[in-house]
Design a protein around this ligand. Structure first.
Ligand SMILES: Cc1ncc(COP(=O)(O)O)c(C=O)c1O
Length: 383
């Protein structure tokens, strides 16, 4: 029996009419590449992050690659990261010629385990890329204590954490490099895109060079290029979407947190015991880590009656509800196996990678949608 209810996706962008009008204005303006909208978007985000410089790009992937280049990381250097992320997080390390080193995750937060990070540090380690999975920051005090003790750079993969906080401070308003993604499913989107929060204007100028072919100056008096850059700039069309989304960030974050609270209420205190599944860590005002609830992920019971594939199919076919999984462990992809990684190296990542499922969570969702998703999960998992 299939559901008569409309399809409930796991994620969906909301673009309001004012934003659509602003994009039309850019299209009619005669200037559609990087221009005044990009400058305005960067200035607004810089203010939001306490005055730190912000530069935009055409993806969250190249923001991290550029941060690594600015930090001077390359051949012979090791960078420690997590295997439970989108593959971009590790690919950028290879892209700059450095060596990715994985640390296992903490089963409670599903983020990189900082004890394992310390254990993985060698004389060749130059940086850490922590990922704030689903928007939940790691222990930022501990992260920066480790970085300063071992003189390591930090490139925060905050792709999913726009609007999240640590101890009352916005992610991005402190720390070293902080990288955000505006890919279509993110809490705020530019279609595709990214932003990097930097430490000073010198780094910001380097970011500008790396995002546009390494050009140092151009004009009637000539042009010069002194580093190998790429074509990574954001257009004004994208920035107009970003400005419209950013104007609503407080509502977006508050609504997602309400939906998350409703998820916990609807699952109820006995859900984990009855189903064998694990809910995400409840990270609201009582915790130092305050998630933006980019994703709401449960971990299915191991050796349960349903595999993840069966569970996802049942959600789709019986209840017309979309789900996803974020993520399959990076170290088990062929590219990484070919570099020597194999099963058994990071057991917590492998287990969560096999059992995690992402339930619907997006700005246009209602608490009735949450009830519908929870009822479906219970019907499948609780016999
Ligand atoms: C954790 C994480 N890291 C990196 C990325 C890469 O961002 P983008 O797709 O904008 O390149 C994403 C999003 O796709 C992500 O979720």
């Amino acid at each position: 029996m299939t559901s008569a209810l409309p399809f409930l996706p796991f994620s969906k962008p909301t673009i309001d009419e004012a934003t659509i009008a602003a994009v039309s204005d850019v299209l009619r303006s005669g200037w559609i590449t990087s221009g005044p909208k990009v400058a305005a978007f960067e200035a607004q985000m810089s203010e939001y992050f306490g005055g730190r410089p912000v530069r935009t790009f055409n993806s969250g992937t190249c923001t991290m690659e550029i941060a690594l280049r600015i930090a001077g990381i390359g051949a012979g250097d090791e960078v420690i990261t997590t295997s439970i992320s989108w593959v971009a997080t590790a690919n950028v390390i290879i892209e700059v010629g450095a060596t990715p080193v994985f640390a296992d995750i903490d089963p409670a937060t599903r983020n990189i385990d900082l004890d394992q990070v310390e254990a993985a540090i060698t004389p060749r380690t130059k940086a850490i890329i922590p990922v704030y999975l689903s928007g939940l920051p790691v222990d930022m005090d501990r992260l920066y204590a480790i970085a300063s003790k071992h003189k390591l750079r930090v490139i925060e993969d905050a792709a999913q954490a726009f609007g999240s906080e640590w101890n009352g401070k916005r992610i991005g308003s402190f720390g070293d490099f902080v990288s955000f993604s505006f890919q279509a499913n993110k809490n705020i989107t530019t279609g595709e895109g990214g932003a990097l929060v930097l430490n000073n204007l010198e780094e910001a100028r380097l970011a500008e060079k790396y995002r546009l072919q390494g050009v140092t100056r151009s004009g009637v008096d000539g042009i010069d290029v002194d580093v190998l850059g790429g074509k990574y700039n954001m257009s004004d069309i994208m920035a107009a979407i970003g400005l419209g989304q950013f104007a609503n960030i407080a509502n977006i974050t508050a609504h997602r947190r309400n939906l998350a609270r409703h998820y916990y209420q609807a699952f109820g205190p006995d859900f984990e015991a009855r189903s064998g599944a694990q809910l995400p860590l409840a990270a609201f005002d009582t915790s130092k880590a305050h998630s933006n609830y980019h994703l709401f992920q449960i971990v299915l019971p191991d050796h349960g009656p349903t595999t993840r594939a069966d569970f996802m199919r049942a959600m789709q076919e019986r209840f017309n509800i979309g789900t996803g999984y974020h993520y399959a462990p990076i170290h088990l992809f062929t590219l990484y196996r070919e570099r020597g990684f194999k099963e058994g190296m990071f057991p917590v990542s492998e287990k969560i990678g096999r059992l995690t499922v992402t339930l619907p969570m997006f700005y246009a969702m209602t608490t009735a949608d949450v009830d519908r998703a929870v009822a479906a999960v219970k019907a499948i998992l609780i016999k």
